[in-house]
Design a protein around this ligand. Structure first.
Ligand code: PA5
Length: 437
């Protein structure tokens, strides 16, 4: 693979014939995905999206992002699940987990703070974001394909009210709605109030929507290059669609995952060694969890941030129940500018650390942990990435969406529905009907 360094050698203990069986099944599943003759095929619009996206809307996204940056110091993004995780993961990946704090500290007055609401029902979380925003100018991007998601609807009401109290009729100029093209309550409201709207296309479900306006508007408002993001996804698409069976690493990875599942490795740990990738792990959890977890089947997707979690889950991974495999996403070019300073005495027996870049210690941890975990019967897929750029992120989004679609078809489920998510919503509605206000 041109830009990503994918390595399956951490799984080479599997017998060849079984590897071949699952690779063949994955190849067949890929064909099903691309021919659009599997369950849920009406939601495979994301496959061609990086090449055939709506250029006119893309320009409107860019223009809206510039307007938001001109008019506001803060952007509040309201959404949950696929209507939030991709954008939130992208901002941490591209700008770092500290981006809002750095801006508040005045590091760059041209940057804008971005906060995500509507992804929980915690009053203290919402209260903190109201406090942080204070009386500064802000804009609001509400994202919901259905327009009827409870968490999003609650937070939208709160921040819409603040905007309307503050700006009166001009509040409408600061509200941006990303929703279904023609249906749904949000679309109707936007038309009535004159909010600018963006589309999550009919043929793309929430967790595959990061490269639609659902992800692109907040990412562009943060000042990131959405052209490069789309170019990365397009390049990955071209690679995956033009590579034959055994050279196509998404097919290989999808087959391996299902092979490992068959061997009772039913928890996949998405591992990173950089806190900026933590939310990317959350995006992966939703992508694979909602796509594969149905009909009493599915690899359980979890994510860990090493080396931090080696001091909490490391024991379990090394010596607990042997049901894990790991998929490591590693940034291979770490900055070398932070060195461990040197002192005269070896006061703690760790003097061998001195003079070395922290990034080099981190890369050594990647290698050392791989050796220990593979010895401990934890197979490992390794995906090295050259940097934390928009292009690389676009490649990663597409690579994992493609792998997930293929893998779920190998498993034999519809990757594009989520019938189980309705159950909790129904119970909450019933309880709210019962409880008085
Ligand atoms: O992947 C999905 O479809 C879901 O996770 C949705 O993104 C999530 O439930 C939010 O739905 P909506 O965009 O309709 O508010």
């Amino acid at each position: 693979m041109k830009n990503l360094n994918i390595n399956f050698s951490g799984i080479d203990w599997l017998p060849d014939e079984e590897m071949e069986q699952f690779t063949d099944e994955a190849f067949f599943a890929c064909d099903t995905l691309l021919k659009g003759n599997g369950p849920g095929s009406e939601y495979t619009g994301w496959v061609d999206l990086p090449e055939y996206y709506d250029r006119e809307e893309f320009e409107r996204i860019r223009a809206a992002a510039s307007k938001i940056r001109r008019e506001s110091q803060v952007l509040i993004v309201c959404g949950i699940g696929g209507s939030y995780l991709g954008a939130a993961a992208a901002l941490d990946f591209l700008k770092g987990t500290m981006h809002n704090l750095k801006i508040r500290g005045g590091a760059d007055p041209d940057e804008m703070e971005i906060y995500f609401v509507g992804n929980n029902l915690s009053p203290s979380y919402i209260g903190d974001i109201i406090d942080i925003t204070g009386d500064r100018d802000f804009s609001l991007n509400v994202i919901s394909k259905s327009g009827t998601t409870m968490e999003t609807a609650a937070a939208f009401r709160i921040f819409r009210k603040i905007l309307e109290d503050r700006y009166g009729e001009a509040a409408a100029e600061r509200i941006y709605v990303t929703t279904d093209r023609s249906r749904g309550a949000l679309k109707a409201l936007a038309e009535k109030e004159g909010y600018e709207t963006f589309v999550i296309p009919d043929n793309i479900g929430g967790r595959y929507s990061v490269l639609t306006a659902a992800g692109l508007l907040p990412i562009a408002a943060a000042g990131c290059d959405i052209d490069d993001l789309m170019a990365g996804a397009a390049s990955m698409r071209e690679e995956l669609l033009s590579e034959p069976g055994e050279l196509n690493e998404a097919i290989g990875y999808a087959g391996l995952r299902q092979q490992l599942y068959d061997w009772d490795k039913y928890i996949e740990l998405f591992v990173s060694y950089d806190p900026d990738l933590k939310l990317f792990g959350e995006w992966l959890k939703q992508l694979f969890g909602e796509s594969e977890g149905k009909e009493n089947l599915g690899i359980f997707p979890a994510s860990v941030s090493y080396t931090t979690d080696l001091h909490s889950l490391g024991q379990m991974v090394q010596e607990g129940e042997r049901f894990f495999f790991e998929t490591v996403i590693n940034v291979e070019s770490e900055p070398e500018h932070i060195l461990i300073p040197e002192f005269e005495n070896d006061f703690d027996g760790l003097k061998y650390l001195e003079g070395r870049p922290v990034g080099m210690l981190n890369q050594t941890a990647v290698d050392g942990v791989a050796m220990a975990h593979m010895d401990g019967d934890v197979p490992q897929v390794y995906i090295g990435i050259p940097d934390k750029s928009e292009f690389t992120l676009g490649e990663l989004f597409y690579f994992f969406e493609f792998t997930c679609g293929v893998s779920a078809y190998v498993e034999g489920v519809n990757p594009f529905d989520q019938p189980g998510v309705e159950a909790y919503k129904k119970s909450i509605r019933e309880l709210l009907d019962k409880y008085r206000k």
